[in-house]
Design a protein around this ligand. Sequence first.
Ligand code: NAD
Ligand code: DAU
Length: 342
Amino acid sequence: MKNIMVTGGAGFIGSNFVRYMLNRYPDYRILVYDKLTYAGNPDNLLDVADDPRYAFVKGDICDAEAVIAALREHNIDTIVNFAAETHVDRSIMDPDAFIRTDVYGTYVLLEAARQLGLERYHQISTDEVYGHIHGDHRSLETDPVAPRSPYAASKTSGDLLAVAYHVTYGLPVTITRGANNIGPYQYPEKVVPLFVTNAIDNLPLPVYGDGKQRRDYQYVLDHCEGVDAVLQRGALGEIYNIGTGGEMENLAMVEILLDELGKPRSLIQHVEDRPGHDRRYCLNVDKLRGLGWQPRHTHEEAIRKTVRWYVENEWWWRKIKSGEFKEYYRRLYGDRKVIAPA
Ligand code: NAD
Ligand code: DAU
């Protein structure tokens, strides 16, 4: 593995992964292949743009000809597929692009990897494939999938296709399922960057429902290291969960975030819940620990570090929030009922 195509590399986790891999492996070359949707942003990769080991191709993973041309031209031996539509709320408003990219696009990449006989195809997946989980169970890689939103269903379909390509054609596939990532360059539709940037401007933080949903907020570089561990030492055909192994209530996350900013709790505004909102995700990450990986940040460290990045990098998010984002925000939150706290 030396020449890696990182699809979706101009997005949040993909761009952090590109930076991480270039720093870690001086002899690797990275090609970012990205459609530059609303979530793809060349600013995320500004600091690697002049690195001679880095190249960028603007393209759609659903375009088989363009994918194969890029793979051939850059002599790619490994695909790491981050490209996806990723926001649950958008998948509820308009699922079409999710089915196209997360399902059909994954198929196109798998088929290209098979035709060209690549060394490895790695699929970036999510804990949402397990659906919301009960009691104190932590999802295991062998648990049945039970997705509940159009986003989760489209990601699950991508996983199933990847497994099928391994079983049927012997394609050297690995899959990782990550928990909620937070950190630099996350598009401010996702809860942590949305709430930090709203709070900086003294705007309300729209907490869905009672805010007692449980998530595992992990620092993005811990996730990147986990993907790397699987690329280096993972077994072919296997799935690995990536998270801290813990969980926290959304409201607890919001309180840490406000404390780090020195902003009042009165900015919290409970609003009508997300339809079908998964109540709890929590991953068992022992299998990945078995590869010698461990998370480096607690929830609190990850949240505080993330908050500080947004405070120090207004140049990055103010541009985004002043653009088409305003229309999106009005559509999703404009008519949303404010509710009494539980
Ligand atoms: P993101 O929305 O920030 O970025 C997605 C990137 O994919 C963008 O650069 C976009 O331009 C690109 N893209 C979208 N459609 C494309 C297409 N058809 N062809 C080529 N490029 C396309 O996403 P993210 O949060 O960085 O997530 C990356 C991956 O990690 C996704 O597969 C997501 O499902 C998975 N994941 C995310 C999280 C999380 O907390 N953010 C957690 C677990 C798994
Ligand atoms: O769990 C992994 C998943 O995490 C990834 O696969 C997805 O790509 C990523 O978007 C994320 O999905 P979530 O739906 O968990 O993330 P989001 O940031 O949208 O929401 C996190 C929690 O915060 C969730 O319980 C919903 C809640 N929330 C979200 C928003 C945007 C609010 O209370 N208010 C909000 O305005």
